[in-house]
Design a protein around this ligand. Structure first.
Ligand SMILES: *Cc1c(COP(=O)(O)O)cnc(C)c1O
Length: 322
């Protein structure tokens, strides 16, 4: 597995591969929000990306770089979330067979969506089986290439294309708020921001209950935590990666946290005022800006909305008037 660090040039190459294939998602604004915060806020709407999240960018870029033998043998990923759908759709577009390892008890809608993109779904038992072992056996038996969700140079480079597009559209920004799980999106965003808007302060934002990234950033080494409890289900990773941590350590201004209640308030704001559906994890960056975890008054800021895939009944509960 390739383990060299990606550069901004890799983000540029990724954006060429994605041109005409990924959506160039809209940048939205809200004048009532700007008035309330005394700031100018630009939302990069990756909730409107293909598969409903930015993960299509990294997944497609990684698959598009495989050689003929790797394409022929097929790819494998373990995920029950947006990465699974990103790999499944990318594989279909490139004519590659994808195998996705998911727990038997994953939501039926997610299993169906992944199968709908033509992927083979292999189930495992959360209680008795280790998903990495299940995946490794399949890889070895069938020569499949593993596509990791964040700790891979081509995945990171692909994720960086969203912020590249944002900054090309807005020009330089004072600050940028990016949701963070394993740090693939943040790492790619940092490479793009450092090259295009070098004075921009870039913040990673994670759930309060799962602040391994904040602990790691402050301690200067990767800190691993117990499985956290938060509605931000795309950011429940236990530790940053060997590629993502050094990039974050070098370029990020800080790692911030927000509560689940802040995420729900942000979901409600997007539904009511901006008419868009954003999943809890997708609201991490927005919640940090809205609650002025760092001051934003008088600034031009970017907020990455990373995804919009919600469970409808949980979403209805969250946005119900209180
Ligand atoms: C995966 C995901 C994240 C976190 O991305 P990382 O690269 O793991 O930091 C954030 N938001 C959404 C919607 C995701 O699917």
């Amino acid at each position: 597995m390739s383990s060299s660090f990606p550069s901004y040039e890799d983000v540029v190459q990724a954006s060429k591969r994605l041109e005409g294939i990924a959506h160039r998602t809209p940048v939205m604004t809200s004048s009532s929000l700007d008035d309330r915060l005394g700031a100018q806020v630009f939302f990069k709407c990756e909730n409107l990306q293909r598969i409903g999240a930015f993960k299509f960018r990294g997944g497609y870029n990684a698959l598009a770089k495989l050689d003929d033998a790797q394409r022929k043998a097929g790819v494998i990923a373990f995920s029950s979330g947006n990465h699974a759908q990103a790999v499944a759709l990318s594989a279909r577009l490139l004519g590659i067979q994808a195998t996705i390892v998911m727990p038997h008890d994953a939501p039926a809608a997610k299993i169906a969506a992944t199968r709908g993109y033509g992927a083979r779904v292999v189930g495992y038992d959360r209680q008795t089986q280790d998903r990495e072992e299940v995946a490794r056996e399949l890889m070895e038996a069938q020569g499949l290439t593993l596509i990791p969700p964040f700790n891979h140079p081509d995945v990171i480079a692909g994720q960086g294309t969203a912020v590249k597009e944002l900054l090309e559209e807005t020009g330089g920004l004072d600050a940028l708020f990016v949701p963070m799980g394993g740090g693939g999106l943040l790492s790619g965003s940092l490479l793009a921001a450092h090259a295009i808007s070098p004075d921009c302060a870039v913040y990673g934002v994670e759930p309060e209950a799962g602040n391994d990234g904040q602990q790691s950033f402050r301690k200067g080494e990767v800190v691993r935590i117990q499985p956290p409890d938060s509605i931000a289900d795309g950011a429940l990773t236990l530790a940053l990666g060997s590629l993502t941590f050094p990039i974050i350590r070098q370029y990020a201004r800080d790692i911030l946290t927000v509560s689940d209640e802040h995420l729900v308030q942000a979901q409600r704001f997007f539904a009511e005022r901006m008419k868009i559906v954003v999943e809890p994890t997708g609201c991490l960056g927005a919640a940090a800006a809205f609650n002025q975890i760092v001051p934003v008054k008088g600034k031009r800021i970017g907020v990455l909305l990373s995804g919009g895939n919600v469970d409808l009944s949980a979403y209805a509960d969250n946005i119900r008037a209180v």
